[in-house]
Design a protein around this ligand. Structure first.
Ligand code: ARG
Length: 259
């Protein structure tokens, strides 16, 4: 009997180390079984610290920002240590289950991403904004036709540009590099989420205009934490934690601190 149990345990451990904690299906259907992602007391969370005020590299060289505060609060609720891994935005989803257990990065829930990951309950609503030069006459969606538009690679802004007729989609690893090229006159516009757009525009008050994507017909987006697909126990634990953080005032404190 002991032997069988230890064989079973070895099996579980091997599965966990090959596939990451997420894909082992623990929790889905099983009666309240804890997520394997939480059992070692550490949750490794990917981010891309190029998206102020949600995430940026702080003065001490470590990722900081609203999302980092939020995931640390989640960690406290769950009684696990949070280890944040800073990486390219475009690698966050594919890293879940191998390098990381989850991702928090102002990440919009999209159907395409839902093919490979699950999402927590949404925690923030946003919309894409259009940054243009102060003297630009771009003001509507049709004005974007045929233009050269910058974005961060793999973001929802990138997906919007792909759909604009005749537009050249200039992808950057960091949105701030697109903004610099806008300021240097190499781009006609940059499409980036509302809050970072405001931060970037504030750095160039006499050079950049920050246009609300509502006027371009863009849709409201919901940010959520990306989680391994099928780890129902982890999703449940994180959803409960987020709900609690919203109810007990911690969320509002983070808004005051970072927004
Ligand atoms: N909300 C957009 C998306 O999900 C952009 C997110 C970019 N986040 C970041 N940390 N760079 O595609």
């Amino acid at each position: 009997m002991k032997k069988i149990i230890s064989l079973l345990l070895t099996g579980v451990l091997v599965t966990a180390s090959i596939t990451g904690c997420g894909s082992s299906n623990a929790g889905s259907g099983s009666s309240g079984a804890a997520s394997p992602c939480l059992s070692d007391g550490v949750l490794t969370v990917g981010t891309n610290a190029e998206f102020p005020p949600f995430e940026y590299v702080g003065d001490n060289g470590q990722p900081d920002g609203f999302d980092i505060g939020l995931i640390k609060a989640v960690g406290e609720e769950l009684g696990v240590e949070i280890v944040v891994e800073n990486m390219e935005f475009d690698s966050l989803v594919s890293s879940i289950g191998s390098k990381t257990d989850a991702a928090i990065a102002g990440m919009t829930v999209t159907e395409e991403r839902q093919q490979s990951v699950d999402f927590s309950v949404p925690y923030y609503s946003a919309i894409q904004h259009v940054l243009v030069a102060k003297d630009s006459n771009i003001a509507t969606y049709d004005d974007l036709v045929g233009k050269t538009i910058g974005c961060q690679l793999g973001t929802t802004g990138d997906f919007i540009i792909e759909e604009i007729e005749g537009a050249t989609d200039q992808q950057y690893n960091k949105a701030v590099d697109a903004v610099n090229d806008l300021v240097n006159g190499r781009l006609d516009a940059v499409i980036v989420d509302s809050n970072p757009a405001a931060v970037f525009a504030a750095n160039y008050p006499d050079k950049i205009k920050d246009l609300n994507g509502e006027d371009f017909g863009f849709e409201i987006e919901e940010y959520a934490i990306a989680l391994p697909k099928g780890d129902a126990a982890l999703k449940e634990a994180i959803d409960v934690a987020i709900t609690k953080i919203k109810e007990n005032g911690t969320f509002d404190k983070l808004v005051d601190e970072y927004m």
